[in-house]
Ligand binder design. Structure first.
Ligand code: KG4
Ligand code: ZN
Length: 351
């Protein structure tokens, strides 16, 4: 078993460091100000414009980021009660994500950093989701190494986190992400985008044993959600041909059943990963970690597996500037990771 290191051992600094974090990888424009690991402001503008399309339209997302970025950053600085010239660095999401969206946040961050004469720090979006655990929120912080199930609209990964800079991918999705499985199932049911929170709400009064779905056999600790999505759509279409009110009559049970299956698939691999590595510190992060059923399942599984679990506060689960700011803080302390302004946004970026 490897040596356990507490994050505070790595954060021994006397300086008060102020970092602005900017997130724009998908459909949320978010800016946060962090003072060391304390969040002073975290401001997010969502984008209603995608709701009618049932998913994010990349071109519309870029335009909305253009509109939101200045007011969001201004408000974050005002809420933090600091002026831009007090900042030590600006961290921004370099990728992965929608390129047009990333270019808005990254260009803005680099221009502002250049004007202020301070470093611009490129951040990996998925690493930032994990590092959100180290924001000072009053909750215990996981010690290294720990396992993290990162579940979002674009990714599903089980990561062994060795330190704030070293992430080993133990398993990941071979096709759709867990968030997509939620969103696409919701779309079949006629629910608005993003469907994850809608399913979460409706499932609360549903019977999860009412409908069962075949879970795919996948090697190792990887996931596959695309078959489940087809399975779900086929059931709904078949039953709706017999009873046009099938969705309406069974909405809560359908939500509870699909949610149960997705969460069960996630938890089964997480248990396997903990068994294989012998690691008992287990965390979740990313937009889907806001799901109440997943959060409860993690807590229940922890009892039988003797795990210590770590769940970020809601506001740091879905995309937010605070997670970019804390990731920037770690990079700032490391210094070696500061990059030239020619560093550019990238839609795909390995961990
Ligand atoms: O991390 P995130 O905000 O953006 C990406 O990086 O993708 O994750 C967004 C995803 C969406 O698929 C959304 O439906 C899902 O997180 N999500 C949820 C819940 N809240 C957000 N899924 C299930 N239950 C929720 N309560
Ligand atoms: Zn995300």
């Amino acid at each position: 078993m490897s040596k356990i290191i507490q994050v505070n051992d790595l954060l021994k600094t006397k300086n008060d460091i102020l970092i602005l974090g900017i997130e724009s990888s998908c459909d949320d424009t978010s800016a946060a100000v962090i003072n060391n690991d304390n969040i002073l402001a975290n401001v997010t503008a969502g984008q209603e414009v995608h709701k009618i399309y049932g998913g994010v339209v990349p071109e519309l997302a870029s335009r909305a980021h253009q509109k939101h970025i200045v007011p969001v950053v201004s408000r974050a600085l005002a809420e933090a009660d600091i002026s831009a010239k007090d900042l030590d660095a600006i961290a921004y999401t370099k990728g992965p994500g929608l390129l047009g969206s990333l270019l808005v946040g990254s260009s803005f961050a680099k221009s502002m950093a250049q004007a202020l004469g301070i470093p611009a720090i490129p951040i990996h979006h998925m690493k930032a989701h994990v590092l959100a655990h180290f924001i000072n929120s009053g909750l215990p912080k996981p010690p290294f190494p720990f396992l993290n199930l990162t579940v979002s609209g674009g990714h599903t990964q089980i990561i062994k986190v060795n330190d704030p800079f070293t992430f080993e991918v133990l398993g990941q999705t071979l096709d759709d992400a867990a968030g997509e499985a939620f969103d696409k199932s919701a779309k079949v049911l006629g629910l608005p985008y993003p469907g994850g929170p809608e399913i979460d709400k409706l499932a609360k009064n549903g019977n999860h044993e009412r409908f069962t779905f075949t879970k795919p056999k996948v090697d190792g600790l990887n996931f596959s959600f695309s078959g489940l999505k087809t399975n779900f759509r086929n059931l709904v279409e078949r039953e709706s041909r017999r009873n046009p009110d099938f969705i309406k009559d069974n909405l809560q049970d359908l939500c509870a059943s699909i949610q149960h299956t997705i969460v069960e698939m996630l938890m089964e691999n997480l248990v396997k990963a903990a068994d294989l590595t012998g690691i008992k510190h287990v965390a979740i992060a990313g937009g889907v970690s806001a799901n109440s059923y997943l959060r409860n399942s993690l807590i229940e599984t922890a009892k039988t597996q003797a795990w210590q679990t770590y769940i970020p506060p809601f506001e740091y689960c879905t995309d937010n500037g605070a997670m970019i700011a804390i990731a920037g803080y770690f990079e700032f302390l490391k210094q070696s990771q500061l990059r030239p302004l020619s560093d550019s946004a990238t839609a795909r970026w390995e961990m």
